[in-house]
Design a protein around this ligand. Structure first.
Ligand code: BES
Ligand code: MN
Ligand code: MN
Length: 456
């Protein structure tokens, strides 16, 4: 389609400039200090959808951050694509590790550096520009609805109720999401599954106050040490998770499915080199691709307590804390796993300490079919623009709302993402290749066209 490339070429600079404006807004959903900026980002997305030609564009308020909705219904008889994405971003900390400020985007070596450049403002913007392109070139082949939220990075807790209350507005045929990665720019891929998530915080209390570690130490439970032991016992020597019942619902893949998955291009030496580690570590009996794609995991995300300031302080602290997340696979359920964790963690606490488990948020795992019209439409679109058929992969990340779309709207999703693992999402120096940005804008109209034709 000559028109696509021409339109992109003609408007290339403007697209980048507009994306930069969006990236300048620090829409960090986790930190209430940025609540106004989150709204500003929603307003920017709204204005862009209006400019691109969407109708009924609206900022839908929720008890949390707002959702931006917009649509273009050209003919109710035609298929409807629902585009989902998020305009909120992760906190930028630690600031000192950024080479340039996270909300002052710069372009270097063909990449745009900023928090959200890839996850997910850059990829949301591809959709807005692809839509603009189809509107301005009169090539929009079907209906489209946009649902761009501001709470993905904090668990999408208000999007679920909004979806349930807005089923009329969300009538459609497929959910299209660009919020995942491809293997490499010359190895396109489509993720066919996302893991679920249980995120929780634990608090261990020993004595009712901080104590002198010489006067009391050795005689009183030290909550940091107790917490470390408890956490250590959550995995055995084979790195299997020891929580009773944890694996009960885990769907085991067949030998053939595992073989297929392990054919995914992956270089373990490169992987180790990139991370500066001598060896990988994980559940015995599984490859790295399996450990990050089809197996559930348990990771510590933070641990604190006692004195961590400059110099030394001989203290036996009263409390210790940790943040723990578990990634889930089909058919594990986040409520059930949270409960199993909570019961087990309380049970293994030795006498002398009190334990509180505070669940944060969760999300269910999903597998998206690879034999659907939508997957085939995405595959064909990528094959056209990348010149190679994309490989189905299983990603390790989570997008909590995807399972709910299936449950509430009866709609499957397609994870047609354009990021790279090297984009450093959630890390300092997050970036996104301009190649990927424009490739996304180029590929999306092909998806619309293929999906419409294949739906006939
Ligand atoms: N876009 C990511 C998820 C992702 C990244 C999936 C790369 C596949 C490949 C999303 O924004 C994200 O970061 N999700 C969080 C969950 C959320 C509840 C904080 C995650 O996976 O940790
Ligand atoms: Mn994301
Ligand atoms: Mn993210």
């Amino acid at each position: 389609m000559e028109t696509i490339q021409n339109y992109i070429k003609t408007n290339e600079k403007r697209f980048i400039d507009e994306l930069i404006e969006l990236l300048k807004i620090p829409s960090v959903s986790a930190d209430s200090k940025y609540a106004k900026d989150v709204v500003r980002a929603a307003e920017y997305v709204k204005a862009e959808l209006v400019k691109a030609g969407a109708d009924k564009v609206e900022i839908c308020t929720t008890p949390g951050h707002p959702i931006v909705y917009g649509e273009k219904i050209i003919d109710p008889k035609l298929p409807t694509i629902i585009v989902y994405g998020h305009y909120d971003v992760q906190p930028a900390d630690p600031m000192n590790l950024w080479d340039s400020p996270p909300f002052e985007p710069v372009i270097k070596n063909g990449k745009i550096y900023a928090r959200g450049a890839c996850d997910d403002k850059g990829q949301v913007y591809m959709h807005i520009k692809a839509f603009e392109l189809m509107m301005k070139t009169n090539t929009l082949p079907c209906n489209v609805r946009f649902m761009i939220e501001g709470e993905e990075e904090v668990g999408s807790s208000h999007l679920g109720p909004w979806v349930k209350a807005n089923k009329d507005r969300l009538k459609g045929d497929v959910i299209l999401i660009s919020d995942t990665s491809i293997i490499a720019n010359d190895i396109p891929s489509i993720e066919s599954g996302l893991r679920g998530l249980c995120y929780l915080e634990v608090e261990v209390t020993g004595p009712n106050r901080d104590l002198h570690s010489g006067v009391y130490g050795g005689a009183v439970p030290n909550p940091i040490q107790v917490l470390c032991k408890m956490i250590d016992s959550l995995k055995d020597e084979n790195n299997h998770i020891t929580i009773p019942g944890f694996y009960d619902e885990v769907q085991e893949l067949t030998k053939e499915q595992r073989e297929e998955l392990n054919k995914t291009p992956f270089d373990l030496n490169e992987y180790k080199k990139d991370l500066d580690i001598d060896d990988v570590m994980g559940e015995k009996g599984y490859t790295t691709l399996e450990r990050t794609g089809i197996r559930p995991t348990l990771e510590l995300n933070g641990i604190w307590g006692g004195y961590i300031g400059e110099g030394a302080k001989t203290v036996l602290p009263g409390k210790a804390f940790a943040k723990i997340s578990m990634r889930l696979v089909p058919n594990q359920g986040s409520d059930k796993i949270t409960k199993l964790f909570e019961d087990h963690f309380k049970k293994i606490a030795p006498k002398g300490v009190k334990v509180i488990v505070k669940p944060h948020h969760g999300g269910e795992p999903v597998v998206t079919p690879t034999d659907s019209i939508a997957f085939k439409a995405a595959s064909k679109a990528m094959e056209t623009t990348f010149g190679k058929k994309p490989i189905p992969t299983r990603g390790g990340g989570s997008i909590p709302i995807v399972a709910l779309f299936e449950k509430e709207l009866g709609l499957k999703s397609v994870l047609m993402g354009f990021g790279l693992d090297s984009d450093l999402i959630h890390s300092p120096n997050e970036n996104h290749g301009l190649f990927n940005f424009f490739k996304g804008i180029e590929t999306i109209p092909h998806f619309y066209k293929n999906f419409t034709e294949m739906s006939k």
